[in-house]
Ligand binder design. Structure first.
Ligand code: UD1
Length: 416
């Protein structure tokens, strides 16, 4: 079992080139199976979730090879089934459903079930796919999906702008017969990136990145070479690490526009930011200030994926911050570990009240989920003394060699 051991309190300084986005790479890997030709995806992060997506592609009969940060996908899916073990390995594997239906017209796969963040319902995905002509039968946690009369476009209104449902609908719609009009679609930058890839492959999509997306189904898609967008949550994590250590970082190969919401909060905390379209300079000015009220919201609101990470910094900010989590039911699991490190946090339902302390103290803690684990990394960098983080497989799902990145800017961190 691996762990990270951090000697806290080192000021971070230097340049970091930000990795590609996990949440964009995963749906684009699924999209690649819609294409007749080969796709070459550049800037793909080396992550356990990306490896799991490649295994899913292999299991349905596609070729998928990763060399460095480039993944080459080719071949046609032939097996309309995703093995249960692979479904369990990565919850977001449900994203393959829309693509499999688009290409093969049928798919059998395990129900994704709950996860660390609480229940992960897929009712919005399924009801949208039903409107597009998909017949779905559930038996003992297995979903049997087929399209007896073919897949067709439909008017779909999402009750909530779910990221995964928007992606699944896009993936199913690009090869479906006729027009799909999706309203109240998710507007996350990763949706725009997925649409960017599909457009380059020959899809007909308008409005991705806004709440109404129109798709005209086409007969076939070709592969293409595409560069995965930078990871905005990883960018936020390194900014948080600079903030908590009183440091100064320049983040390169990032996308400042996708960080709206996060940069505002860091400035409210007394951080100084300047940016070009693809770089962000950030320096922390002590003392850090509390943030009066922070509420997670669908994009362009403050992202739920950055909540734990920013909370770690607020633990050492002067004053009281109130954080409301509106997206997931169970997204304060990092709080216990932060409190072990000396944080003063009270949780009531979906609200956490953080009273800043002068300094966190190093401790033995365990990552409970991906972003909660990243929050412990940030807290450990700012704490006094040694922090050991176990269960770091959660962190490896989303961060490509984080210890190397952090060491390159002055952190004392080892993977043991
Ligand atoms: C994606 C991201 C995840 C991020 C989340 C919200 C990926 C691989 N993951 O997850 O990192 O935290 O967006 O920005 O891109 N819901 C339903 N029914 C559904 C679908 C969703 O009730 O059919 C609910 C969920 O339980 C949750 C909320 O909607 O409470 C948001 O979920 P969604 O936007 O779908 O998140 P994911 O796509 O799973």
């Amino acid at each position: 079992m691996q762990k990270f051991v951090i000697q806290g309190g080192r000021r971070l300084e230097g340049d970091i080139a930000v990795q590609g986005a996990k949440n964009s790479a995963l749906p684009i890997l699924a999209a690649a199976l819609l294409c007749e030709g080969e796709s070459i995806l550049e800037n793909c992060p080396k992550l356990s979730d990306v490896y799991a997506a490649c295994r899913i592609l292999g299991s349905v009969g596609c070729r998928c090879k990763m060399e460095g940060h480039t993944v080459v996908i080719g071949g046609c899916p032939v097996y309309p089934q995703i093995p249960e073990t692979l479904m369990q390995e990565m919850r977001s594997s449900i994203i393959f459903l829309g693509a499999m239906l688009g290409r093969l017209g049928s798919c059998t796969l395990g129900f994704p079930g709950g996860c660390e963040l609480g229940p992960r319902p897929i009712d919005l995905h399924l009801s949208a796919l039903r409107r597009m002509g998909v017949r779905i039968r559930e038996e003992n946690g297995i979903l049997f999906c087929d399209t007896p009369h073919g897949l067709h476009g439909a008017r779909i209104h999402l009750q909530f702008p779910s990221v995964g449902a928007t992606e699944n609908i896009l993936l199913a719609a690009v090869l479906a017969k006729g027009e799909t009009i999706l309203t109240n679609a998710a507007r996350e930058p990763e949706i725009l990136d997925l649409a960017g890839y599909l457009l380059k492959c020959g899809a007909n999509i308008e409005g991705a990145g806004s709440s109404t997306i129109r798709v005209q189904g086409v007969k076939q898609l070709d592969g293409c070479t595409y560069r995965i967008m930078p990871d905005r949550i990883v960018t936020a994590t390194w900014l948080a690490a600079a903030a908590i250590t009183g440091g100064e970082l320049r983040l390169l190969q990032t996308d400042a526009a996708s960080l709206v919401g996060i940069l505002d909060v860091l400035e409210e905390m007394n951080g100084k930011c300047s940016h070009t379209p693809d770089s962000i300079c950030f320096s922390a000015v002590r003392p850090l200030r509390a943030v009066r009220y922070l509420k997670t919201m669908p994009y362009p609101g403050f992202p739920t994926d950055a909540q734990a990470i920013v909370m770690a910094v607020l633990c050492q900010a002067s004053g009281t911050s109130v954080i409301e989590e509106t997206i997931f039911e169970n997204r304060f699991r990092h709080v216990d570990a932060l409190c072990r490190m000396g944080a003063d946090i009270q949780v009531a339902g979906r609200v956490a009240v953080v009273h800043g302390v002068r300094r966190l103290q190093g401790a033995q803690v365990s990552a409970t989920d991906l972003r909660g684990g990243a929050a412990l990394l940030v807290a450990g960098l700012g704490a006094e003394g040694e922090t050991a983080i176990t269960e770091i497989s959660h962190i490896d799902r989303g961060y490509d060699s984080p210890e190397q990145v952090l060491r390159s800017v002055g952190a004392a961190i080892e993977r043991i």
